[in-house]
Design a binder for this molecule. Structure first.
Ligand code: AMP
Length: 312
């Protein structure tokens, strides 16, 4: 794997946040969070061509921005404006499988208007984090001719902004959501039928993230399943889905094509980055990984999922 060769550009638009996370490992305050923080860090292992558009308040530690610059991420689209940074407070159940949002303080995010510069508008791959679908649409009106637009969303937007979300979905190639969101969006419990309904809303492919049950890809041609690695150490699932998305899109930028087999490999690369993310708090699991570690985890996935075809 030649990490960081010349390849397609990836534009990430999403939240940059400070999170308070409560759960079986105690309460941790002011952790670096936000969809764009996880996505950019996961993607930066595969390409030097990542740009982030987002907003931070005056309480946001500059060291987190500097860290992204050190990873080669273009942060010219991250604006610092007076006020509080977006703040999310969540609590995990003892089994870490479910979580509830205790508080969401929008802060400077309430006035966020994504403004893309010329280079951002030319991005070939666009990843829209789980922000207000009206803002996602605003970004899609500004980009020129991306070859792939992927988007995430969440239960909040399905609840309160379904119409805007449907307008965004009509312009998205790949939707990446979790199983609960897929069921809610499609109003259908069975995931295969939910996927068929969602694919009629606009996206040509749908990725359903299922936590420690792995991820499913649905498209016109069928389905593909990526397993989740059974890990001995799971501490904080926050950002797992975003790290998955970052690894997947970063790998697509690196690979430079969107063939079905590349997309399957990208699903596994997403699973690799998601698995690193949950082993530590905040973005710590994504810090300081070597190419050899990423390669080893990828090989572990290949081993985990490998089986021989037999003829009965
Ligand atoms: P994930 O665990 O992949 O779903 O992503 C969790 C991240 O999403 C956290 O770091 C939060 O800061 C961020 N987040 C939570 N709620 C929102 C929201 N309403 N808008 C944007 N980002 C959010």
């Amino acid at each position: 794997m030649h990490v960081r060769s010349a390849h397609r550009s990836l534009l990430v638009v999403g939240s940059v946040a400070l999170d308070d996370i409560d759960g079986p490992f105690g309460l941790h305050r002011d952790l670096l969070g936000g969809s764009a923080s996880f996505i950019a860090r996961a993607a930066a292992y595969f390409t030097r061509n990542v740009a982030v558009v987002g907003v931070i308040g005056d309480d946001f530690p500059q060291r987190h921005v500097d860290e992204m610059v050190g990873l080669g991420v273009d942060v010219s689209g991250i604006g610092r404006t007076p006020g509080e940074t977006f703040h999310w407070v969540g609590r995990y159940a003892p089994d870490l499988a479910t979580r509830e949002t205790l508080d969401t303080r929008l802060g400077v995010f309430a006035q966020f208007q994504p403004k893309l510069n010329d280079a951002h508008r030319d991005a070939q791959l666009v990843l829209l984090g789980n922000i207000d679908p009206a803002l996602q649409l605003d970004v899609l009106r500004q980009v020129r001719a991306p070859s792939l637009v992927a988007a995430d969303t969440m239960n909040l937007w399905i609840d309160i902004k379904r119409d805007e979300l449907c307008r965004t979905l009509a312009r998205v190639h790949t939707l990446m959501i979790n199983d609960e969101e897929a069921r809610q969006l499609a109003e259908e419990h069975n995931l295969r039928r939910a996927a068929a309904k969602i694919l009629k809303m606009g996206p040509t492919s749908l990725i359903i993230k299922r936590g420690d049950a792995g991820a499913l890809l649905f498209h016109g041609g069928g389905a593909f399943a990526a397993p989740a690695m059974p890990l001995a150490e799971v501490v904080d699932p926050t950002g797992a889905g975003d790290s998955f998305a970052g690894g997947l899109m970063g790998y697509l930028a690196y690979a430079g094509d969107l063939s079905p087999s590349t997309i399957r490999t990208a699903m596994i690369m997403g699973s690799v980055m998601g698995s690193f993310a949950v082993e530590k708090f905040s973005v710590d699991g994504l810090r300081g990984l070597t190419t050899a570690q990423i390669q080893q985890r990828f090989d572990d996935f290949a081993e985990l999922a490998h089986f021989e075809r037999v003829r009965l």
